[in-house]
Design a protein around this ligand. Sequence first.
Ligand code: FAD
Length: 447
Amino acid sequence: MTTSSVIIIGAGISGITAAKELAEKGVEDVLILEATERIGGRIQKQSFGDVSVELGAGWIAGVGGKESNPVWELASRLNLRTCFSDYTNARYNIYDQSGEIFPTGFAADSYKKAVDSAILKLKSLEAECDGQEAEEAPSSPKTPIELAIDFILHDFEMAEVEPISTYVDFGEREYLVADERGYESLLYKMAEGFLYTSDGNILDNRLKLNKVVREVQQSRNGVVVKTEDGSEYEANYVIVSASIGVLQSNLISFQPPLPKWKTEAIQKCDVMVYTKIFLKFPHCFWPCGPGQEFFIYAHEQRGYFTFWQHMENAYPGSNILVVTLTNEQSKRVESQSDEETLKEAMSVLRDMFGPTIPYATDILVPRWWNNRFQRGSYSNYPMISDNQLQRNVKAPFGRIFFTGEHTSEKFSGYVHGGYLAGMDTSKTLLEEMKQSLLLQPLLAFTE
Ligand code: FAD
């Protein structure tokens, strides 16, 4: 059986960051076990329509503020090609089902009403938590435009968690990654710093791909990690970086079982499903001028093919549209064929742009919900939650440490959340390792 100081489960941004940090601090015998055939996790590029599209994280969010976003720094060092991307204009490009754009003033008023209602909703939830009655009940969105704006506010701008630390700390700007090497090249660059690579391939046997961890056993002396192919690995400590969706799914069992405070916290954290569907066309038929990167479709069903983006700013001439679905709509399209999804998307586009538009020549539908190594896109803590919930999700249990975007108190849900969580967990573990080394002579003496 192989023995290491630390086993890291998962090679997404948090796992790779934790491993790199440990290696740089002298703990070089780390072992990374990754379930899939690649590193990157929810940062994943794929070739589509002659360009490289991002199935998972696409934006570097939080740039231009008083503090520097570490992911932006990594991207700058790598000269990653990005383009400024701002969806605040989307609210002025809202189409109804007959292809008319709602007048700017009307859209702005509807937006203001929706913001006011979101604030009231938050207040009433706070009052409910304090056992009081809310002064005014928020109105629920009813018309297609109200539903569309409600969708943008809550599923994109996350109105319920204002102020958002990402924007307060790192700045309001967002940049879309538009680089053939993909967002994931940041992870390969980091891995190169401590793993042996040749011609862009990681050949270091401290990274083991296609290793699905099914069981983590811990005892007083260490941990044993068992994988689906029957292998066993021993270490002093383990860091689990699998997503909150995977933790909820029980793919990995723990012996002895995790305590109640831990399992309850894991189950209480919501998982957001966020799906970017890519459509390739023979030519552009949508407006591409300034302020027109994003457009909205208002439908009586909330979230039904609502949020659209063209990729001409990122890749001019690519003729690709992206429509983003979330939660129930994501799960619905994941369970049907891509042809059915394409038919629905085409019908929506014809509503907006007329019956003569060309049919898409290709479609790409990522399935984050049905992926047993993800079970969703990112963590979404309840609107009103005390920090104790997040602290419990993150807290170690004996020799088992937890990392990942869901353990970041300020930046959960983001790539920089994963990066900072990896840094934070490795720091905590190094401290623990130092303490146990200090204690060892004392324990030997008392035994
Ligand atoms: P992961 O990347 O999920 O890494 C965990 C790893 O563990 C994975 O590689 C997985 O395969 C592996 N694993 C799971 N189970 C096992 C097991 N049993 N055994 C071994 N290995 C296992 N963030 C942004 O900042 N900007 C965005 O624009 C953005 N958009 C997003 C859009 C989508 C569609 C998605 C899905 C996410 C988006 N995010 C975005 C969020 C961002 O991608 C994540 O927060 C971040 O990448 C999470 O990194 P992580 O290391 O915590 O987890």
